[in-house]
Design a protein around this ligand. Structure first.
Ligand code: ADP
Length: 497
């Protein structure tokens, strides 16, 4: 009984009430406005120099590459002009020694080599045609070679973007460390190596993955109205949306197409409310932040994204295991009336290891509605080395994991609602009957059961959205966002040439 009561009390600490949600939406809108006016604010609101979204009729063959961490992905995308596309794809692991190479050239030469291999394998015709053309045209500059691929470069490290295909590396993350590259334009670094190999490829666009998601959803969503927001709920969380140029008060340094009156903004919302004026803050949130590599920042992300939810849950469970008044994951729970079990938790269990509990198990817990929670209990055994977990333990695990995830989904709804409200679409008579499309990507939103349902449930109680507004908001997975999205941005960039 003590476990049940303690679980209830913990679950209550993860409550994020309707009132909390509404206050957070107001604050999100305020911080968005601040970020549009000046640099150095909580929400960075970075202009991307992409000034419109596709409507599904775009056509052509484009390339996309993605350097995100452990792998380098190369793909070509045939846009068919009817919201469909064909994707050809390869993936190669980045050799560890290149992540810490002495010169940027070593890494980027490797990337260019992968592009060459891809072209030779999958697009030999264009490759040969281009070589022939180079041999017959003395100066290849000044004409637009049909066989030159426009390439979108998704580069998931912090960059200061200064144009649609220009961005200087601010710092490396995720285990990369090549000081020589800092401050340099990563598109130029790649183009130099591509040119050394005489490849028919032009780096046309530098792409942020959230912008890619927005573009991909705009292209594939039925109705040709274009999405308003692209959002990632994966390892991290972030969103990019279409803002009116008139609302952007910060000076813009790069070139862009002014005719649309719009600019796609990368919000960098992971750092929403770092000052914790509206975000929830349980003792476990505080503990997680302290042991993180970046205390005090990315506070919204630390309550919402895949990298952190498992760790919050682990910290709670560890407290429960250590609580002398509660019997959790100990064999005295085996008196529960299912089977005779002797619960043991191995010393090497992920429960005892910082960052040792993967958020994926929360999806297993949420999906298991069997009377004995047998799937979850098997999973506890196979991934967390908790042997013969009792039913009561599994039930407590499921309840707490559910509370952590539910709070994350409600916080996700805060960002989505604030951005939908910011676009004014809900009150604009010109678009009264149109759906409001939101493209999402990332394992959390894709695989956690009912994550989208919990977002919708929250949207309905938000002032200015309500039941009617929530019905118009169409949240859809943007599949292959980074490939298709990058291709679409390369297309936008090519049209500006
Ligand atoms: P990335 O964001 O790095 O491109 P993903 O979208 O796959 O990659 O997100 C990975 C994150 O999602 C990890 O933090 C992982 O713990 C979490 N994750 C992976 N699978 C699941 C799942 N089935 N349910 C919930 N979270 C998951």
């Amino acid at each position: 009984m003590a476990l049940e009561a303690e679980t209830k009390s913990i679950v209550a600490k993860f409550d994020y009430t309707d009132d909390d949600v509404n206050k957070a939406v107001d604050e999100f809108l305020r911080q968005m406005g601040e970020g549009l006016e000046k640099d150095g604010t909580s929400l960075s609101q970075i202009p991307t120099y992409v000034t419109g979204v596709p409507n599904g009729t775009e056509k052509g063959l484009y390339m996309a590459v993605d350097l995100g961490g452990t792998n380098f992905r190369v793909c070509s995308i045939q846009l068919n002009g009817d919201s469909t596309f064909n994707l050809t794809y390869t993936k190669v692991a980045i050799p560890k020694e290149l992540m810490v190479a002495k010169t940027a050239e070593e890494l980027f030469a490797f990337l260019a080599k992968q592009i060459e291999l891809f072209l030779k394998t999958h697009h030999e015709e264009q490759f040969v045609a281009h070589i022939r053309r180079r041999m017959t045209v003395s100066s290849p500059d000044g004409f637009r070679d049909e066989n030159v691929f426009r390439l979108g470069f998704t580069f998931s490290f912090p960059v200061q973007q200064i144009g649609i295909n220009k961005g200087n590396l601010i710092r490396w993350t995720k285990g990369f460390d090549i000081p020589d590259a800092i401050g340099k334009d990563v598109c130029a670094l790649l183009q130099i190596e591509i040119d050394k190999l005489h490849l028919p490829v032009k780096v046309a666009a530098l792409v942020n993955d959230t912008v890619g998601t927005l573009m991909a959803r705009s292209y594939t969503a039925p109705g040709k109205t274009g999405a308003v927001l692209g959002a990632i709920f994966g390892t991290g969380t972030n969103g990019a949306y279409v803002e009116k140029l008139a609302n952007l008060k910060k000076p813009l340094t790069g070139e862009y197409d002014k005719s649309t009156g719009d600019m796609v903004i990368n919000t960098e919302w992971g750092s929403f409310d770092n000052q914790l004026s509206v975000l929830p803050n349980t003792p476990w949130d505080i503990a997680l932040d302290k042991t993180s590599v970046n205390p005090g920042i990315q506070m919204y992300e630390k309550r919402v994204s895949g990298m952190f939810l498992g760790e919050i849950l682990r910290l709670v469970l560890l407290d429960l295991v250590k609580n002398p008044n509660v019997s959790f994951l100990r064999d005295d729970n085996s008196n529960s009336n299912d089977w005779k079990s002797t619960t043991t938790i191995a010393q090497n269990s992920g429960i005892y290891t910082p960052w040792g509990l993967d958020t994926a198990i929360m999806s297993v817990a949420a999906a298991d509605n069997t009377p004995e929670l047998s799937t979850l209990r098997q999973e506890l055994e196979s991934t967390l080395n908790i042997y013969s977990p009792a039913y009561d333990d599994a039930q407590a695990f499921k309840a707490i994991a559910g509370a952590v995830a539910r709070r994350a989904a409600r916080l996700a709804a805060v960002a989505i609602a604030a951005i939908v409200l910011q676009t004014g679409k809900l009150t604009d008579p010109a678009s009264a009957d149109e759906p409001i499309d939101v493209g999402v990507d990332g394992s959390l939103v894709e695989h956690y059961p009912y994550f989208r349902d919990m977002i919708y449930e929250t949207l309905r109680i938000i002032k200015g959205v309500g039941g009617e507004g929530a019905k118009r908001i169409r949240i859809g997975i943007a599949k292959d966002g980074s490939g298709v999205g990058a291709a679409l941005i390369a297309l936008v960039a090519a049209n500006m040439e």
